[in-house]
Design a protein around this ligand. Structure first.
Ligand code: G3D
Ligand code: MG
Length: 202
C-alpha cells in the first residue's frame, strides 16, 4: 500500500503545483551534499560528519524577483554501501541534485557511473538533474568542460534535462542560481506532461 500523497504525485505530478518540490541530493561520499543542504537551510557553513542515513529539510528558496518555491530536500548518504538505498528516495522525485567534488579527478568516473545508473531507472525517466560542480574555491578544481565530459552529461539522453552549476557550498556561491535552473526545468517538464495528458484526452 502506498503513501497517498506519493501516489497522487506520481499519477498527477502537475496537479499539485503548490506542494513543495521533492528533491533528492545525491553524489559520492565527501562531495559536499550535507554542506549544500545546511548552507541552504541556515545560510551559513555547518561542519558536517559523514551521513549514515539521511538528512531532510524543507527550505524556501528565492527564485529571483519576489518568486520563491519550497523545496523538500532529502540528502542521502553517499558511501558505496548506502548507494543501493538511493532508489527508494528518488521514487516520486521532482528533481535530483547530483553533487560532485570538482577536485576529486580520481573518482569522477565513479560519479559518472552512479549518476547514469540512477537517471536510467525507469521511475526517474525525465526527472531533471542539477549537477553541482562543488568545491570550486579550491585551486586544483577541474575545469567545468572537463567535468561535463567525464560525467558524460551529453549522454544522459534527450529525456533527462540537466544543468551543470559551478558552486562552492562553503560560502553558498552558485547554489541559488543552480536551484533556479532546477526549478525552471521542473516547471517545464510539468507543463509538457500536462500538455501530453490533454492531447491524449482529445
Ligand atoms: P557529503 O555529505 O557529500 O559526504 P560533506 O560531504 O558535506 O560532509 O562534505 C565533505 C567535506 O567537504 C567537508 O570537509 C566539507 O567541509 C567539505 N566541503 C564541502 N563543500 C565544500 C566546498 O565548496 N569547498 C571546500 N573547500 N570544501 C567543501 P571535512 O574536512 O569536514 O571532511
Ligand atoms: Mg553527508
Amino acid at each position: 500500500m502506498g503513501n497517498g500523497l506519493s501516489d497522487q504525485r506520481s499519477l498527477f505530478p502537475s496537479l499539485l503545483p503548490f506542494q513543495s518540490l521533492h528533491i533528492v541530493i545525491l553524489g559520492l561520499d565527501c562531495a559536499g551534499k550535507t554542506t549544500v543542504l545546511y548552507r541552504l537551510r541556515f545560510n551559513e557553513f555547518v561542519n558536517t560528519v559523514p551521513t549514515k542515513g539521511f538528512n531532510t529539510e524543507k527550505i524556501k528558496v528565492a527564485l529571483g524577483g519576489s518568486r520563491t518555491a519550497t523545496f523538500h530536500f532529502w540528502d542521502v548518504g553517499g558511501q558505496e554501501k548506502l548507494r543501493p538505498l538511493w532508489r527508494s528516495y528518488t521514487r516520486c522525485a521532482d528533481g535530483l541534485v547530483f553533487v560532485v567534488d570538482s577536485v576529486d579527478a580520481e573518482r569522477m568516473e565513479e560519479a559518472r557511473t552512479e549518476l547514469h545508473k540512477i537517471t536510467r531507472l525507469s521511475e526517474n525517466h525525465g526527472v531533471p538533474v542539477l549537477v553541482v560542480a562543488n568545491k570550486q574555491d579550491l585551486r586544483n578544481s577541474l575545469p567545468l568542460a572537463e567535468i561535463e565530459e567525464t560525467l558524460a552529461l551529453g549522454e544522459l539522453g534527450a529525456a533527462t534535462p540537466w544543468h551543470l552549476q559551478p558552486a562552492c557550498a562553503i560560502i553558498g556561491e552558485g547554489l541559488d542560481e543552480g536551484l533556479q535552473r532546477l526549478h525552471d526545468m521542473i516547471m517545464k517538464r510539468r507543463k509538457a506532461l500536462r500538455q501530453q495528458r490533454q492531447r491524449r484526452k482529445r
